[in-house]
Design a protein. Structure first.
Length: 251
């Protein structure tokens, strides 16, 4: 991809799954990458595996922790020009059974956290007069309803609207903002959810809902992340890029 060589990049939630794959891809493209994650041991291994310049444990729903992580990333990378705003969590619960505490935590991480990290990074870009690219992790669940994910769907729908508004407001500062909307991807998170539903859940889901007949891979999503972050996407802002094997095309 053009324009990633030498750029400072922050990947939140970069210790496993899509985030780790995206961090590896940015390093391959020549970026200086800093990671955040929720688990210290996972973070240490991910920094080593990705070839990142550093990392920090951070609860993205905590304003002070976010501020400290962004400051550390600024120093380690020489200035953040790319943010892959990836941190997120999910649970599978029937709407009538969702505990309020679970609702609050998913909204806190997936939406409040997305806002806090994006705002902290965008302020740095704006104040430094530094053009940048922010890619927020949304989901096909933010574009269509799926049973048993009301809390997750609501959070990702909010991310898409946050992204669009950020794109409009930050365009004069030459900061592009887009959202990535993966469908069913082979990740540790999805594997753990599938295991709790039933042995053949993933196989049935792919067969019944995805025209390409398979789940996506983390590297395929990482490639989309890299594209939106790069100068190859220099005239794209306020967009939602769907990576779902055709799932949303089915009536």
């Amino acid at each position: 991809m053009r324009g990633l060589e030498g750029r400072g990049a922050l990947v939140s939630g970069g210790t496993r799954g899509i985030g780790l794959a995206a961090a590896r891809r940015l390093v391959e493209e020549g970026a200086r990458v800093y990671l955040t994650g929720a688990d210290a041991d996972e973070l240490e291994g991910a920094v080593r595996e990705a070839g990142a310049v550093g990392g920090r444990v951070c609860d993205v729903a905590d304003e002070d922790q976010v501020a400290q992580a962004v400051e550390a990333a600024e120093q380690a990378t020489g200035g953040i020009a790319v943010l892959l705003n990836n941190a997120g969590i999910a649970r599978r619960d029937h709407f009538l059974d969702i505990p309020v505490a679970e609702w609050d935590r998913i909204i806190a991480v997936n939406l409040r956290g997305m806002f806090l990290v994006a705002q902290a990074v965008a302020r740095r870009m704006h104040d430094a007069g530094r053009p940048g690219s922010i890619v927020n992790m949304a989901s096909t669940n933010g574009l269509a309803g799926e049973e048993d994910y009301a809390h997750y769907n609501a959070s990702k729908g909010g991310v898409i609207q946050l992204t669009r508004t950020m794109a409009v407001e930050l365009a004069p500062a030459r900061i592009r903002v887009n959202a990535l909307c993966p469908g069913y991807i082979q990740t540790p998170l999805n594997a753990s959810i599938a295991a709790g539903v039933g042995e053949d859940f993933a196989e049935r889901y792919v067969r019944e809902r995805i025209p390409l007949g398979r789940a996506g891979t983390v590297d395929e999503v990482a490639a989309a992340y890299a594209f939106l972050a790069s100068d190859d996407a220099s005239f794209i802002t306020g967009a939602t890029l769907v990576v779902d094997g055709g799932q949303l095309a089915v009536m």
